[in-house]
Design a protein around this ligand. Sequence first.
Ligand SMILES: C[S@@+](CC[C@H](N)C(=O)[O-])C[C@H]1O[C@@H](n2cnc3c(N)ncnc32)[C@H](O)[C@@H]1O
Length: 356
Amino acid sequence: MNELGRHLAEQIRLHGPLSIADYMAAALGHPRWGYYTSRDPFGAQGDFITAPEVSQMFGEIIGLWCADRWQAMGAPEHFIFAELGPGRGTLMADALRAGAALPGFVEAADLHLVETSPVLKAIQEKALGPRPVIWHDRIADLPSGPVLAVANEFFDALPIRQFQRREDGWHERMVGLQDGRLSLVLNPAATPGHVIEGAPLDAIAEISSARTAAMAELTRCITTGGGAALIIDYGYLESATGDTLQAMRAHGYTEVLEAPGEADLTAHLDFQALAAAAREQGGHIFGPVSQAEFLNRLGIATRAERLQRSATEAQTKDIAAALHRLTGRDQMGELFKVMAVASPHGPAPPGFEDAT
Ligand SMILES: C[S@@+](CC[C@H](N)C(=O)[O-])C[C@H]1O[C@@H](n2cnc3c(N)ncnc32)[C@H](O)[C@@H]1O
């Protein structure tokens, strides 16, 4: 067992089993041993690769989407250009470069990043320098004003709780100890109420108050200052049962409880629950649409062709492979969804059909 594992085992011995949400929060964000606190996890040498790291085309298209929304907002002289969980800062750097095609957009953008990892903050500073950047630990700390926000693979890192349906109701799945090792146990006491109506015996349901609270907070920024947000992540369109908690290390799946803080932990998004949280705050929802649909509608194939015109043979192949990775139905194209939240109500933004 690693150091964080021993620390958590001691907590469990003293105070009893942890919720999966508490385990996830510690594994990802423990100030000393947390996964994001202690490393840069991206790329071939790391544990996984995200869309902006696959190709510059991803951030560029998002930058153009934001530039279009800025114009639709009446091109305010200043706006908050926010990114939640910006990783290496690649998406934001590509977005700003592409957004410069619209005069005034980049000059109007005040960069605000919501990020808790000191390691990644330092990398973001390098990627975006010498532009001034302001970091925040929480969405609630973003200043008020017109806002455009992007969250790619941010919500999937926020903690979830799991419940299992038994004869006498729903029981929370917890992290306890068996033979001195971290292991999943069921809370013997049933949780009052129905987590998912009509679910079969043994079904697992996931809920996340951290995610709905983050969505509500983000929507409050948008309804107060005007603007829009793009949420891009993997998940399901309608609330459903299923165990989607997963751990990833060195580009492969690993055991969730095996080595806390040494693997990325995520769970799929419940887009229905997130949309409901945004609507409750007065946000208008567009999508979700698949990432393939969104990128294709915004012309990623044309962008790939343009890049290929001045590319070497090897680069041409890489661009084609990246395009397939981002939009292929068997790759990220279908699994990943894109949802927009906007205020005030207006016509559908590029890439979407009418409000849902
Ligand atoms: C999977 S990475 C995605 C990075 C980036 N958006 C990309 O697409 O490459 C998750 C990001 O969210 C950050 N993060 C995770 N939990 C967070 C939290 N509770 N508050 C703020 N940032 C968080 C991580 O440090 C990291 O930058």
